[in-house]
Design a protein around this ligand. Structure first.
Ligand code: GAL
Length: 684
């Protein structure tokens, strides 16, 4: 964690956008708000190196010193996310090229080819200069490498990238026979006979080879990661003992294999951090979006992590930028903390006067300190100080939701049976279904150690390597409960269809046979019929009949269940009468299959029921609209976070000292409308 005392609080600080007279005011206001950590120089390259090799650190010295005098620590960026115009102008080959061969230009940010050795060299030079100058500065708390890798430049199709892609493929396959076999190039007469012929998937008359697309995504993730590791290692060498991080975007970014990134961002002197912005107009409600991003960040970190950026209110980059009503600022920040963040930081400290982000909210808004945002910022600072003792405690989860980036990418290839089968959306939908049922879940890779989970769900696991199949089979054999979603287990990690019976990876484990896909027309649904109460317990009346109102959407298939019990069938639609939901009771645990995408309430109730059968218990039983999450120290001390997302006061059957108010509640504990409570549980 950053070298600050207690939880971290602050945001990106861009003093270069302001006259120096403002800087002391900034520090004074930061102190008033309880800020103890700010990220400096994220976009600092142009002022730190205004001409090639002419490093000018005098302003940064004064900024660092001023913050230090004010008792505020610094998350110091390596400033490599946005090369200045002089650099891109002098080195046009470092600019990214799109699939159509169009070279993008500078004038925004991240105009970088991730495989450019020229960029890498310049970035490492700047990193080294910063590390040498500030390694021993007393304000330095953590190093912040680059910014949101791959946010704007996930892939590059230039000649430099093409050469790097070929090297990457040679290392992966050894020879062209291996590559031709993996990509299935016998199809459409695309067999490669010389490495020089192999290209990134540039614009071509129709669909590129899916294996090539998939490997290009893997390669691109690795190229960005190599840039991070190179900067990180300079910092480790020159600034030992200071943690190094970069900010991920776990809630929305599927361009990087974050499991691979997590491995490079954890361990001694490393910190996993994340940025999260709410999508105002999105099928998932705001707290569910936060829960997913935070749960994934925690899972990648394997424990505590840090929220590096979020917004105090509206952002500026959505079609309609919805502001946060009073109270949401505090709830949102604490929701990340509940799920393992050791603090809450924002983009940004002071709202910018110019540039693309001038209408983005900030801790210090254009309206100044006589504002709703500022008052809530000050209140949150107080709350985070009051929560100092939770530092180091861990969020508890008994369920894992499987996420495999390679599988998500494979499913993104064109020419799938249905464009509506989007994997990442479905993974988030299942996670939200669990969230709505009050169940905290981790995310996990399919080859991870899953033994500690009572329940593992695989909402969308289209492409699955053999090792992961063995892992999941072993998990069920050991007594675990597994639920697999439709269109899973069909192809290997090269996107080649597995041999029959389908779904090749899971046919035997689930006791099913998929014969033919029957995707549904857009917007249509099919009815699901089950023993009353199976899918919708609230309609159970002791009789056996249709499970009123349960539907499936997007996907159906002609399914047989030779070795599984049929728990629901299609009551209409193209495969009326075929099994839709199955369960196989193995010698170990039960293995469920959902051959369609059940509507949200049905999915939620089914998962809640399966979780309950698996022995999963929510942290506490809560009334509707209340979210509960528990953090616990290794010595057993625990904290129950309660959020009331509704507009009426309510109470929760739990007791302890509310750390935000200092009040002791013997139980039940009142939670005001839109309020948050953090109970230190147990005796005083
Ligand atoms: C992030 C980025 C910040 C800022 C913010 C606005 O993606 O790291 O620099 O642009 O978005 O929401």
């Amino acid at each position: 964690m950053p070298r600050v005392s207690g939880l971290s609080y602050g945001g990106d600080y861009n003093p270069e956008q302001w006259p120096e007279e403002i800087w002391p005011q900034d520090v004074a206001l930061m102190r008033e708000a309880g800020v103890n950590l700010v990220t400096v120089a994220v976009f600092g390259w142009a002022w730190l190196e205004p001409a090639p090799g002419a490093y000018t650190f005098d302003r940064l010295d004064r900024i660092m010193d001023g913050l230090h005098e004010g008792g505020i620590r610094v998350c110091l960026a390596t400033a490599t996310a946005s090369p200045p115009p002089w650099f891109s102008y002098a080195h046009p080959e470092t600019l990214p090229v799109d699939a159509d061969g169009r070279r993008l230009t500078y004038g925004s940010r991240q105009a970088i080819c991730p495989s450019s050795p020229t960029y890498r060299r310049a970035a490492l030079d700047l990193t080294e200069q910063l590390a040498r100058r500030y390694a021993d500065h007393p304000a330095l708390a953590v190093w912040h490498v680059h910014n949101e890798y791959a946010c704007h430049n996930p892939h590059c199709w230039c000649d430099t990238s093409a050469a790097a892609f070929r090297s990457w493929l040679r290392a992966r396959y050894g020879d062209l026979d291996g590559l031709n076999a993996a990509w299935g190039t016998a199809f459409w007469s695309q067999t490669y006979t010389d490495w020089a012929q192999v290209q990134p998937p540039r614009a071509t008359p129709t669909s590129s080879n899916p294996g090539q697309l998939l490997d290009f995504k893997r390669f691109s993730s690795d190229e960005h990661l190599a840039n991070f590791v190179a900067e990180r290692d300079v910092l480790h060498r020159l600034s030992p003992g200071v943690p190094v991080t970069t900010n991920l975007m776990t809630g929305s970014c599927v361009n990087l294999d974050y499991w691979a990134w997590g491995r490079e961002m954890t361990g001694p002197d490393r910190l996993l951090s994340n940025d999260h912005y709410l999508l105002g107009e999105h099928p998932l409600e705001a707290p569910a979006q936060i829960a997913f991003a935070a749960d994934l960040s925690r899972s990648l970190a394997g424990g505590p992590w840090l929220l590096m950026e979020h917004s105090t209110s509206a952002v500026n980059w959505q079609p309609r930028n919805l502001a946060k009503p009073a109270g949401q600022l505090v709830r949102d920040a604490l929701a990340h903390v509940a799920r393992g963040s050791e603090g809450a930081l924002y983009f940004q400290w002071r709202a910018s006067r110019a540039g693309s982000e001038k209408w983005h909210s900030a801790m210090l808004p254009h309206a100044g300190t006589d504002s709703k945002i500022w008052r809530e910022v000050v209140a949150l600072g107080g709350h985070l100080r009051a929560l100092a003792r939770i530092e180091g405690s861990r969020t508890e989860a008994e369920v894992a939701v499987l996420l495999d980036y390679g599988s998500v990418w494979a499913q993104e290839a064109p020419n799938q049976p249905s464009v509506d089968m989007v994997a990442f959306d479905e993974i988030r939908r299942w996670h939200s279904a669990l969230w709505r049922a009050g169940i905290t879940a981790d995310l996990a890779a399919p080859d991870a150690d899953l033994d500690r989970y009572r329940l593992v769900v695989a909402p969308a696991l289209y492409a699955v390597p053999d090792a992961a199949v063995t892992n999941l089979t072993g998990y069920v054999a050991g007594g675990g409960t597994l639920v697999v979603g439709a269109y899973s287990g069909l192809v290997d990690e090269y996107d080649r269809v597995r041999p029959a019976p389908l779904p090749g990876a899971f046919a035997d484990l689930l006791g099913i046979r998929v014969e033919e896909f029957f995707p549904l027309p857009a917007g249509t649904t099919v009815r699901l019929e089950a023993a009353a109460g199976t899918l919708r317990p609230e309609v159970a009346d002791g009789t056996v009949g249709p499970d009123d109102g349960a539907t499936g959407a997007v996907w159906t298939e002609l399914l047989a269940a030779p070795d599984a019990e049929v728990r629901a069938r299609y009551a209409d639609g193209p495969v009326s009468g075929a099994p839709a939901v199955t369960r196989r009771d193995t010698a170990g645990g039960p293995a469920w299959y959902l051959g369609t995408r059940p509507d949200d309430p049905t999915l939620g109730r089914l998962l809640a029921r399966i979780a309950a059968e698996a022995g999963v218990r929510p942290p506490v039983s809560v009334p509707p609209d209340v979210e509960a999450v528990r953090r616990r120290h290794a010595d057993g001390r625990s904290y129950l976070f309660l959020f009331n997302h509704g507009d009426r006061p309510t109470e929760v059957d739990a007791g302890g000292v509310d750390l935000l108010t200092g009040l002791r509640h013997a139980g039940p504990t009142p939670v005001g409308a839109g309020g948050a409570v953090v109970l230190a549980e147990g005796p005083a």
